[in-house]
Design a protein around this ligand. Structure first.
Ligand SMILES: NC(=O)c1ccc[n+]([C@@H]2O[C@H](COP(=O)([O-])OP(=O)(O)OC[C@H]3O[C@@H](n4cnc5c(N)ncnc54)[C@H](O)[C@@H]3O)[C@@H](O)[C@H]2O)c1
Length: 338
């Protein structure tokens, strides 16, 4: 039976991943370590499964009994305003967190890491293949995130080469969908929450910068297949994302058509905002044959609007008990606040 640890499991992507992991019958125990910096206990409050344990702690400092067969390291904010507000904490979560997690990996176990397309920096090639070494400013305002992701990739590949540690490194491109924070601060969630509040939709710069938005369900399916379901023996790095490249303004205009009373206004672009992002998925197509993004951004945005509409209903949070009734027992027994 398999013992699993998910660092950052109360976050947007982590909570979806935990749900998939708990579908596995070979999983004896799934321990989530999360300090609730950007995550929310509500993301897993509906899960009723006695194998799930939630430890509210920093991954760098967590005390754990025994070793784990599979470790998933997602503990890091992904949104620029959040990681730029606490850059040293971001570096610590990624780098010190990874060192701590390697300590508790069982011999022969697998360590999986969610790296990012940000390792390509301001890319000079498009689409970006995994072999592209990127154009990153190691002293720039995004360095806490970009460089800590690059550092953890380096650590894991050294552990793989020097000690034979089994690793899986994915480079995720922009992911969106339900369970993003209302105050997340990135394009899709900003536009949707602004529109739902009847406020102007704010586009940074002229909006010509492109992104490749992957809907959460498609991305999680790719992660599930790569991390465990397909029995893949490839350390990565592997791009996972949607390769349909869309200007940010196009998404804003799509949302604005649904909320015609909300004008689009332009604000100054944040520092070193990448001008383009598009994954080269050739390797992903070989490693995960048949995997592809099925949900176009238009449909993903509609689903995200519906989710935020529920989340932002007046009193919605207050009406939701700290622990949902149905899962009070499971979460209540398995939540350890430190
Ligand atoms: N969302 C994206 O578009 C995207 C893109 C590329 C890479 N990623 C990576 O995927 C992972 C998850 O991203 P997400 O979008 O779910 O972000 P998120 O902010 O929703 O989740 C991160 C989780 O980690 C927790 N956390 C942060 N620091 C911690 C620490 N020191 N100890 C314990 N828990 C800690 C947070 O509380 C949160 O629950 C991150 O590593 C991120 O870099 C995300």
């Amino acid at each position: 039976m398999t013992r699993i640890l998910v660092a950052g499991g109360l976050g947007f992507i982590g909570s979806h991943l935990v749900e998939r992991l708990l579908r596995r019958e070979d999983v004896a125990e799934c321990v989530v370590v999360d300090n609730l910096w950007t995550g929310s206990w509500r993301n897993l409050a509906h899960v009723e499964d006695s194998r799930l344990q939630i430890l509210v702690e920093d991954v760098e400092r967590v005390c754990l009994a025994g070793k784990f067969d599979e470790i998933y390291h997602l503990a890091s904010p992904a949104s620029p305003p959040w990681y730029m507000a606490q850059p040293l904490r971001t570096i610590s979560a990624n780098v010190v967190g990874a060192l701590r997690l390697l300590d508790v990996l069982a011999p022969g176990g697998q360590m999986a890491y969610t790296s990012t397309s940000e390792v390509y920096g301001e890319p000079l090639v498009s689409p970006q293949p995994e072999s592209y070494r990127g154009f990153v400013d190691c002293t720039g305002p995004r360095a806490s995130y970009d460089e800590s992701k690059r550092c953890v990739e380096a650590m894991l590949f050294e552990a793989h080469r020097a000690q034979g540690v089994r690793i899986k490194v994915v480079r995720l491109f922009n992911v969106f969908g339900p369970r993003t924070r209302v105050d997340d601060g990135r394009a899709v969630s900003n536009f949707v929450t602004q529109a739902l509040r009847g406020r102007p939709i704010t586009v940074f710069g002229d909006g010509a910068q492109t992104r490749s938005w992957g809907y959460i369900d498609d991305i999680i399916k790719g992660l599930e297949r790569y991390f465990w379901a397909d029995g893949v023996d490839y350390p990565g790095p592997l791009n996972i994302g949607n390769d349909r490249e869309i200007p940010v303004l196009e998404v804003a205009e799509f949302i604005q058509r649904r909320f015609p009373k909300c004008p689009i206004v332009h604000l100054p672009a944040p520092p070193q905002d990448p001008t383009n992002r598009r994954p080269d998925l050739s390797l992903a197509n070989r490693v995960l044959p048949g995997w592809t993004s099925l949900v176009p951004y238009e449909e993903g945005v509609e689903r995200t609007i519906a989710w935020f509409r529920r989340e932002m209903r007046p009193g919605a949070a207050a009406k939701r008990p700290l622990v949902a009734n149905a899962s009070a027992k499971a979460i209540g027994q398995n939540l350890r606040l430190v």
